[in-house]
Design a protein around this ligand. Structure first.
Ligand code: HEC
Length: 224
């Protein structure tokens, strides 16, 4: 009985201490200061383990087709580079202020599997700036971006810009890789489970917004 009383009291003190700390305002939530060692470690471990576990259920389609990567670069350029940067380009002001920072995806592409990259891109990461692109984009729109990520580590800035121009010339910007910054209303993603492949990536999609044209994105010209 004594043991039970001790356990109950210890638990109550623990709950009060955690609650008191939450209400005290002592923890610094500002993005301009790093998380303390133990919090940073806990968040990073939790995040890596979660990504690894959830990615096991992702069905990876055949990503070897070169046209798939070409179809993905325009979306990568308009949806990802503002935070993650690209070869020869720093992230934009928004990306530079993030905490945790958005990593260089050329490095991530070397360390993570296609399934992991896809899962994060589709679902985002809570309490970070990483958005869930699956809210507004179907799997068939996201897989080309993942196919492109596999090429990213090989590209220097010249090769990147050349590939971007090549993709626009092939017409991938509007048809095969309907992209970001556009007025998707979310209905695309409703029927998109983890199992949809990129099979229809070369069919004209009904997103004809011109916003995906790379020449309209003036990356690298912001000198704040
Ligand atoms: C608004 C900013 C923002 C945009 C836009 C963005 N990301 Fe991220 N992304 C982040 C942040 C911040 C992280 C780091 C999260 C963390 O540390 O847990 C991240 C992490 C990731 C990771 C995990 C990388 C690793 O090494 O752990 C992947 C993969 C990723 N993003 C893919 C993408 C792709 C693909 C796009 C474009 C379709 C994109 N992101 C657009 C902010 C962004």
């Amino acid at each position: 009985m004594k043991i039970i009383t001790t356990i109950v009291i210890t638990l109550a003190v623990g709950v009060l201490a955690v609650g008191g700390f939450a209400y005290s305002g002592l923890y610094d939530v500002s993005a301009s200061s790093p998380d303390s060692g133990i919090v940073a470690w806990l968040l990073s471990k939790t995040s890596h383990a979660s990504i690894e576990r959830h990615a096991k259920w992702v069905d990876v389609p055949d990503l070897a087709d070169e046209t798939l990567a070409l179809a993905g670069i325009s979306d990568f350029d308009s949806m990802c580079t503002g935070c993650h940067g690209a070869p020869g380009r720093d992230p934009e002001a928004m990306g530079l202020g993030l905490n945790p920072p958005a990593p260089d995806l050329a490095e991530s592409a070397k360390e993570m599997t296609a399934a992991e990259l896809f899962w994060v891109t589709k679902n985002g990461i809570k309490m970070t700036g990483m958005p869930a692109w699956g809210k507004t984009h179907g799997d068939d729109e996201l897989w080309p971006v993942i196919a492109f990520l596999a090429k990213l580590p090989e590209l220097d800035s010249d090769a990147y810009e050349a590939m971007l121009v090549g993709a626009a010339a092939m017409g991938h910007h509007a048809d095969d890789a309907p992209a970001a910054a556009h007025s998707h209303d979310g209905q695309d993603s409703e029927d998109a489970g983890d199992h949809a492949g990129p099979a229809d990536h070369d069919q004209p999609a009904n997103h004809e917004e011109s916003g995906a044209q790379p020449e309209q994105h003036e990356h690298g010209t912001h000198e704040h």
